[in-house]
Design a protein around this ligand. Sequence first.
Ligand SMILES: Nc1nc2c(ncn2[C@@H]2O[C@H](COP(=O)(O)OP(=O)(O)OP(=O)(O)O)[C@@H](O)[C@H]2O)c(=O)[nH]1
Ligand SMILES: [Zn+2]
Length: 193
Amino acid sequence: MSSHDVDLGRIEKAVREILYAIGEDPDRDGLLDTPARVARAYAEQFSGLGQNPEDVLNKVFDVDHDEMVLVKDIEVYSTCEHHLVPFHGFAHVGYIPNDRGQVTGLSKLARLVDVYARRPQVQERMTSQIADALMHVLEPRGAIVVLECEHLCMTMRGVRKPGAKTVTSAVRGDFRTSDKTRAEAMALILGRL
Ligand SMILES: Nc1nc2c(ncn2[C@@H]2O[C@H](COP(=O)(O)OP(=O)(O)OP(=O)(O)O)[C@@H](O)[C@H]2O)c(=O)[nH]1
Ligand SMILES: [Zn+2]
């Protein structure tokens, strides 16, 4: 489904129902346009459902570089699929190009993160999906993805632990088989090199 396939009318109706259910009046001035706003916001928030990683990683260049490429501190906003509230933080994405030196544009790594962030998600799955997409499309010697996020479902409600960060990682190829390569990437991610 692409964002223009999102059923805006259906979301609007549902949001009106939610407003009634919480004891609000959806027809009062301040809330009149809210269902339509929420529908547009959801279409944007979940637009990744209509996107394929191939579409964003499609620009592959041949560069004479077969060493690690790492883009770190990519700001990420996603939506927890359990509570439909945001989780946000940073993604660090790295890979080692294959022997043909095939690399993608740096911005495409951030776009790839968004393809998976703009869906109802759990952090673990999102981390693996980004790594697997990199492996599939770029066929690199390895890929590493680290996500560190704060989940609003753990901070604004529920257990209420502001500041608690969830860190997940996915390592593929050389990053999985070589302790040294993984350690180098982690040192770069942590800013210790
Ligand atoms: N593993 C994982 N858990 C998540 C993620 N996002 C939210 N959760 C957790 O999903 C769980 C859902 O637990 P439930 O007991 O079904 O729901 P709940 O009663 O709202 O739980 P509380 O948040 O503890 O109040 C909670 O423990 C959340 O912290 C995620 O990305 N990964
Ligand atoms: Zn949640």
